[in-house]
Design a protein around this ligand. Structure first.
Ligand code: ZN
Ligand code: ZN
Length: 172
């Protein structure tokens, strides 16, 4: 059910040896913790061409180490939160790039056509959710990632080595 990546834990995170003895994290528990809070946050791109308001509960908040996040951020990972599409109000236009996700279904990544700021993605397998870059919030400190995903493609110079749960791909 949960594809918790033991190998990752073993060589990335000595601290998690302790954690493993008390059992594995379940994705349901992580979501329940996130869902306790109601957020009302504003965000947008660097130039102000695109703005959004998130008014609702978090579905998840992660460090994503997938190759697309690496390419689009120019870094080892991107901090991303997911929320219900209906909880996000948007103003302004985006440019987008569509590619095939590891599920085989499409992922469309949106960014500002003027300043290039990465903003959000539509993920074909999870059509009710939007995946937004935490750094696009006006106050990015308001949402903290609580797991690492797509660790299989993390870079040697940016391996996740904190206490957070780690998944090779998406948690299932
Ligand atoms: Zn912009
Ligand atoms: Zn990613």
């Amino acid at each position: 059910m949960i594809s918790f990546i033991r190998e990752w834990d073993r060589w990335c995170n000595p601290l998690s040896l302790r954690k493993r003895r008390v059992g594995f994290f379940k994705i349901e528990d992580l979501l329940r913790v996130n869902n306790m809070a109601h957020y009302k946050l504003m965000g947008g791109c660097a130039c102000g061409n695109f703005k959004y308001e998130f008014n609702g509960e978090l579905a998840m908040a992660v460090y994503c180490h997938c190759r697309d996040c690496q390419r689009s951020s120019g870094s080892g990972s991107a901090a991303v939160f997911a929320a219900k599409r209906s909880d996000i109000a948007m103003a302004g236009n985006t440019s987008s790039y569509k590619f095939s996700g590891d599920s085989g279904q499409g992922v469309t990544r949106h960014f500002c056509p003027n300043c290039g700021s990465p903003l959000f993605s539509d993920v074909g397998v999870l059509p009710d959710l939007l995946f937004l870059r935490i750094a696009s919030l006006d106050e990015p400190s308001q949402i903290k990632p609580n797991m690492h995903i797509y660790c299989d493609s993390s870079q040697t110079w940016d391996r996740p080595n904190d206490h957070l749960p780690k998944f090779g791909k998406m948690p299932t």
